[in-house]
Every structure is written in C-alpha cells, then in structure tokens.
Design a protein around this ligand. Structure first.
Ligand code: ZN
Length: 160
C-alpha cells in the first residue's frame, strides 16, 4: 500500500478501530471506494475534488499524482458514464458472462438479468461499468440499498 493511501485511510479508520495489520488489500480497496462515495457529486473538476480531499485530510494532502488517481477512480464509480443504456447492458452482460455476479444464475438471453448498482444510487453510485454488476432479480431486489460487493470483486490496488 502506498503511503499516501495509508495516510488518508488512517484518518478515516481512526473512528472504526481497525488495526492496520488486519487490513487486507481487498478490504482496503472497498474502504477506499466507501470513502470516495462521500465526495460531493459536484466534484466535476480535479480542483473541486482536490478541495474535498484536502478538507477530508486536513493537512495531509496527497501528492497530485495520487489525487488524480483517486479522482479518476471516483469518476469511474460515481459519475454516470456516457454509454447509452442498451450498449451499457450488452457490455455488462458480456463482461459478466450472462451470470448473476452474486448467485451465478445464468440466462443466455440476459432478459431476466438486471444491472445492479454496487454502490446504490442513494449512496452516490453511478451508472458506470465499474459500479454496475449483472444480477438476477432476486439478488438485485434482495440487496436493495446495501453496499454488497460481488464475491468475485476484483481488487483495484496492486499487492504490496
Ligand atoms: Zn442472483
């Protein structure tokens, strides 16, 4: 884990009593996204996003390179993509191999499968390929407004 990530996650985790040595990369990845989900929707420029980050971190401002990485990550989950809905669903079905990402139900037609927001819309989640997972109706409705990462969630942070 990079030092700048450790600094801002430390701040966030202070209130959660999580020991740094208990962290595993996947949990760090999820926590990073959870922190990013709190960025205001109007952070549409790097300057405004960096302003929010600076406010969150106080004096511990990450290097510009790290701020850019976080901003891009935030956009890829929390700002709607420009894909039209038909192209988006087709792309997701092909990526997720026509299976529910939670219970692995298969539907060759894709008609019974839904686009599930990993971060619900109510929690800032966007219509983006990164934030959407194919899910059957039962899983989609069952998960509702909780944040539940699919079991095969790919960690976006490299191993130490
Ligand atoms: Zn399912």
């Amino acid at each position: 884990m990079r030092k700048s990530q450790a600094v801002y996650l430390n701040r966030y985790l202070d209130g959660l009593s999580i020991q740094q040595d208990q962290w595993i990369d996947q949990e760090i990845d999820k926590l990073e996204l959870t922190v990013l989900s709190k960025a205001p929707k109007q952070s549409t420029t790097l300057a405004s996003f960096s302003g929010w980050l600076k406010h969150l971190l106080g004096t511990s401002v990450p290097a510009e390179e790290e701020a850019i990485r976080l901003w891009n990550r935030w956009k890829s989950f929390f700002v709607d993509s420009n894909l039209d809905s038909v192209t988006r669903k087709r792309t997701l079905l092909e990526r997720d191999k026509f299976r529910c990402r939670y219970c692995f139900t298969y539907d060759q037609s894709g008609k019974s499968l839904h686009e599930h927001h990993v971060f619900p819309k109510a929690r800032g989640g966007g219509f983006t390929l990164e934030n959407l997972a194919i899910a059957c109706e039962k899983c989609n409705l069952g998960i509702g407004n909780q944040i539940l990462f699919p079991p095969d969630w790919v960690v976006g942070i490299r191993k130490k």
